[in-house]
Design a protein around this ligand. Sequence first.
Ligand SMILES: Nc1nc2c(c(=O)[nH]1)N[C@@H](CNc1ccc(C(=O)N[C@@H](CCC(=O)N[C@@H](CCC(=O)N[C@@H](CCC(=O)O)C(=O)O)C(=O)O)C(=O)O)cc1)CN2
Ligand code: MET
Ligand SMILES: [Zn+2]
Length: 756
Amino acid sequence: MKSAVIGFPRVGKLRELKFASEKYFRGEITKEELDETAESLRKEHWQLQKSNGIHYIPSNDFSFYDGMLDMAVLLNAVPEEYRKLGLDEQDTYFAMARGYQGEKGDVKAFTMKKWFNTNYHYMVPELNDGIQLKLFGSKPFDEYEEAKALGIETKPVIIGAFTFLKLAKYNGSRTAADFVEQVVKAYEDILYKLNELGTKWVQIDEPALVMDLSEEDIKLFVTLYEAILRSKNNVKVLIQTYFGDVRDCYRQILSLEFDGIGLDFLEGKKTASLLKENGFPDNKILFAGVINGKNIWKCDYKKTLDLLLEIRKQAEHVVISTSCSLLHVPYTLENETKLEADVKTYFAFAKEKLRELQELSIMTESGDFEAFAEYDNNRQIFESERSYKDKEVQANVMALSEGDFRREMNRKEREELQKKEFALPLLPTTTIGSFPQTQKVKKNRSSYRKGKIDKETYDRKVFAFIEECIRKQEELGLDVLVHGEYERNDMVEFFGENLAGFIFTEKAWVQSYGTRCVKPPIIFGDIKRIRPITVHYSVYAQGLTKRPVKGMLTGPVTILNWSFPREDISLQEMVYQIGIAIRDEVCDLEKAGIRIIQIDEAALKEKLPIRKNDWYREYLDWAIPAFRLCHSRVKPETQIHTHMCYSEFEEIVTDIDNMDADVISFEASRSRLDIINALKKSNFETEVGPGVYDIHSPRIPTVDEITQTLEKMLEKIDKNKLWVNPDCGLKTRGIPETKASLKNLVKAAEAVRSQL
Ligand SMILES: Nc1nc2c(c(=O)[nH]1)N[C@@H](CNc1ccc(C(=O)N[C@@H](CCC(=O)N[C@@H](CCC(=O)N[C@@H](CCC(=O)O)C(=O)O)C(=O)O)C(=O)O)cc1)CN2
Ligand code: MET
Ligand SMILES: [Zn+2]
């Protein structure tokens, strides 16, 4: 069998693209220098795949920011306000990605959303009435030719018309249907152009096909491809799906003129049975996604080869592929110098997965797997005990009962008690937790890490940052303060480092959005808290001020979702183990005099199963209890906050309310205020702080803007329940813009408050 890769990480093995782009944003390097870095990364990635014998190598999977944004630009979906800036192509692109505030004008960034159930974010294309979709750019063609010049035939990857139209937002009166004609023509032109270039295969990504589809959706999909595929000429078209199965439209996919069909056999629970029940045509190639693009554990060769043999029974032509783009795993294990050898043997990152594809490809050609040393080695790894087990932790989870998930007093009574306890003004102002992670803050941590300073010196510096932060917040006039999170590299990695059962890496970065990356810790065994994690930082901060300072924790669902999970026990078991650890931390904070505790569940919505049918059984039935577990033991007057980003949780507002927090803050400014309508409709009881400005962009919101936002919110939210805060933490921002933004936030809150 031949092998294929859906997409490769683009930031580089040492995040070269991140550092070059950030330098470019700061004006430290030129566009040409940025381009050079990009080109050398693309070359390296293609050559690496080629040298690992990959037969179908992707191109145009590279992006300076995001593939969906690239697609929008390729299709000419650049709204007028960005064009009007008069910037060149590259800077117009970055203005759409990050917003722009300067001598040429003032525009906000595009909305950013979670890419299906991953921690990657895409930019939401804006299809305003004035937009005319047509083939405009040349990125896929340029990159195809660039690879070809290196002697590498690639399959350009583009996002498909259906997914593009489904994920776009429509600001005017036109809907997806009104863009069909234009979009078809644009994709036809893409195919013509590829044909002209002699491209053999194109990969059209249609992950939106794994969602629950309506009749209308299916009709749209069929209409689009009946038309588009008429123009393929000599180009073979692979329709690539991932993150689930295509149960709603499998037969339609088969009946269209695709040459290759990419299916996910790992997350697609029904993929194998779809194949069995409906067969697979002999004149098409099945790209079987069997190498996990989302987790870092080695592939189990026996299991995978058995699966491939099963698949072979249904499909004549099979190519071994990744289950999704390798964008979601780190680049290579080779840079990990501190992992113990016996631990390391269990993992495969992107580069190592290429090797797995190659080995499987070779073994399937032979038929006698057992003759291969690689097969044998792999068997041994899978037959040995992979994880650290802890009997006590397991017993604690087993012993959990009703009472562990319930606070003693109901929310309404708590609310009255807390209003007296804290005596805050109407529309209290606060922030989400982190303050700018400046060079100084990061340097302190890296010095400690490298052993240049000891823990005491490190902490002394952290305490100094905290003090400065508290003073700044008092000056700004915020009501509920935070300590600033200066001790954290990342809100999940930091907790992972302080919990037994996790291991962490040095360079295993994964792109989250734009230039921002995360280094997810790996869950390797049963999890328990070994020591208090945040208590001394919080206590120190509270000691500096009379105003309440929030204790700041990451919740169990988020820690789980932003880690690489084990594959030998259930998610529920892992999340309860983490929940118990966080509960102990919550109790210690309360004991130490911290009266408000925020438990962030930033990633709660992210892993809500794509299909509605699975929401409760597979997720919410344990995710919501896991959060409740953390705060079930606190006193009624202790106020529990939570925070969620990229919310879009309209459909699960009742479940969010059931987390039984006292206050929730969430993202609401980059996307429309839909969620607020949903809160009103569901009689949401939790007090709420919908973000009043977007922190993912350096742009400073004006007082007027925030005032208007608050006034709009007050139309739907009881004034006694509304909090005022930014969208999310401020760690990615600089100090000047943070100060300016928060100053405007406080001013706006005061102005609106005085009218109430
Ligand atoms: N896990 C996670 N997912 C999330 C979020 C989040 O906060 N965490 N937020 C949402 C948005 N996503 C985000 C993802 C990343 C960042 C972010 O700021 N990432 C930083 C890295 C943060 C970090 O771990 N920093 C390390 C430093 C790591 C580093 O670069 N070290 C240098 C050395 C630096 C030095 O010597 O100064 C190196 O290793 O080469 C630290 O502070 O300790 C970045 O890409 O720049 C922000 C938001 C959704 N998903
Ligand atoms: C990605 S959610 C971030 C929450 C965290 N408390 C912070 O402010 O950074
Ligand atoms: Zn957030």
